[in-house]
Design a protein around this ligand. Structure first.
Ligand code: GLP
Length: 262
């Protein structure tokens, strides 16, 4: 895993955006895996800026989102489909039919999950997956003890995740759905590159366990240690519990510029 420590979330997000931009430049019809939550917002802002100011072209890009709450319709203000529309898709020239978010209103959830996996496969697989991390180490909504072999399926949120995400639901935990559809850890591990972002002191413990702890399903993100092309963009606060932080800085600072965005 490559650890990239930046001064703050803005610098980290811009560095991550350069990796996304380079991929799209090299492969205009790239397949992106996208995430929601507060973490990727600055990354999406930077992608929008690249589109507006530098004419960056998303017209052939295809996207698959990690997850969606079960029971929230696409127009619910906290649905992840609406989040993606309002924070990225409406501001770039992506074709809406090329964007995919699991259907939280699917009547037959297992069939919808299998179809989602098939759509990813039909698109040729995910080239680059954007990830955040939950304070309990979840990726997508793969909560602790999720199988490392899992595929897109229904999951139940932990009480901690319900509490963490209540801030998006007027601070009211009773409004947070308990179930979701999420890509599995196996799905995420199939992406050709994984790009995880984590900012703020409340992610420091999960980041340290992910990078320097044992690979264990109790800390789902730790599976990225087994991924051949995983990059972790973090700020100083999220890096504060890493034992080898100085080493990661030394490695990154010593890289030639062309390799930093690769
Ligand atoms: C949510 C999402 C994850 C996200 C995580 C962190 O529950 N399902 O994809 O990475 O929690 O959220 P945030 O970035 O707001 O801290």
């Amino acid at each position: 895993m490559e650890i990239i420590i930046k001064k703050d979330a803005l610098e980290g997000s811009c560095a991550a955006a350069r990796v996304v931009a380079r991929l799209i430049h090299e492969k205009p019809n790239a397949v992106l895996g996208l995430a929601t939550g507060s973490t990727p917002l600055l990354l999406y802002k930077e992608l929008i800026r690249l589109h507006n100011e530098e004419g960056f072209d998303f017209s052939r890009v295809r996207t698959f989102n990690l997850d969606e709450y079960i029971g929230l319709s696409v127009d619910h203000e906290q649905s992840y489909r609406r989040f993606m529309n309002e924070n990225l898709f409406e501001y770039i020239n992506i074709k809406r039919e090329n964007t995919h978010v699991p259907d939280g209103m699917a009547e037959d959830v297992p069939t919808a999950c299998a179809a989602y996996e098939q759509a990813i496969a039909d698109a040729g697989g995910i080239d680059l997956q954007v990830l955040g991390i939950g304070s309990d180490g979840h990726v997508g909504f793969n909560e602790p003890t999720s199988s490392f072999a899992s595929r897109t399926r229904i999951k139940t949120l932990t009480r901690q995740t319900v509490a963490d995400n209540a801030r998006f639901f007027d601070g009211d935990e009773s409004k947070v759905p308990h179930h979701c559809i999420t890509m599995g850890i196996g799905t995420i591990m199939d992406a050709r590159m994984n790009l995880m972002l984590a900012f703020g002191a409340n992610k420091a413990e999960a980041v340290a366990a992910t990078v320097e702890g044992p690979v264990a399903s109790i800390m789902p993100a730790s599976i990225l240690q087994h991924h051949p092309a995983a990059k972790l963009f973090i700020d100083e606060a999220a890096a504060s519990q890493l034992k080898l932080a100085e080493y990661y800085r030394w490695v990154y600072d010593g890289k030639p510029d062309w390799q930093k965005d690769a």
